[in-house]
Design a protein around this ligand. Sequence first.
Ligand code: MLT
Ligand code: MN
Length: 309
Amino acid sequence: MKIRVLGAAAGGGFPQWNCNHPNSRRAREHDPAAKQRTQSSIALSQDGKDWFLFNASPDLRQQIQDNVVLHPQQDLRHSPIKGAVLINADVDHAAGLLNLRESQPLRLYATQRVLDVLAANTIFNVLNPKFVTREAMTLDTALELKKPDGSSMGLKIIPFAVPGKVALWLEDASKGDNFGSVDEDTIALEVEDMESGAKFFYMPACARLTDELAERISGTDLIFFDGTLWVDDEMIREGVGVKTGQRMGHMSVSGSEGTMASLQDLDIKRKIFIHINTTNPILLDDSEERKIVEEAGWEVSYDGMEIEL
Ligand code: MLT
Ligand code: MN
């Protein structure tokens, strides 16, 4: 199974368009130690030929340009992209679908909750329903990813709920502290290559590592995990925002309740941060925080990162 990181940054990308924080400035100035990153997405293939997107980032057009394996290969209209799986309806994970307009056969998987959001926003009908099949995923139920022609991608996924919340743009303050969020709003995926049996977890959003989740991911070869913020109040501290990570549905990398501490005793071979916010110092190759995560056995993903499992 081939995994390619299309976008390693969180919503807004690195640098975010309106961010003038020193980290963003370094990225904007093409400082080699502050590599620019597009918004959160990976692509996956069993045979290296046909690919599935896991999340469709608003930067998808650029991501396709930057990854030759995603270029058309034959005929006048073709794409190696056979479909997409969405883990939530966040702008950074769903808006990229609009790049996939035109009459191109695709298969789209999401929870019913997220499919309902897409259905309610008729702009997504640019994905011509005659060519794009939408399929609901059931939590905790294994599903074989299929190409639009019904043949198998050779990949199986198990979607499962993680602590989190409904997309920012769908928050309903009248519904209490969790803004009306339900289990199907934020999920993670266990992915399996049906030929080799290789498995990994994809968890770009997670607000808390419950005991149940810790048990689920323990023993895996590889995990991509939510690396949004270094500390919970980072955006407030840095003077660029008013929300904590918890308020946004993300756990932080550092701290006693943070990701490094929560995962340190779990048996996981390779741990990679993804969905990293423009303010997070782990984005900088020369930061103290980068050194700390690397010493704790973590990698920081970057656009174009390739993994073969
Ligand atoms: C998030 O991950 O918290 C969201 O993508 C935030 C946003 O929509 O800007
Ligand atoms: Mn996001």
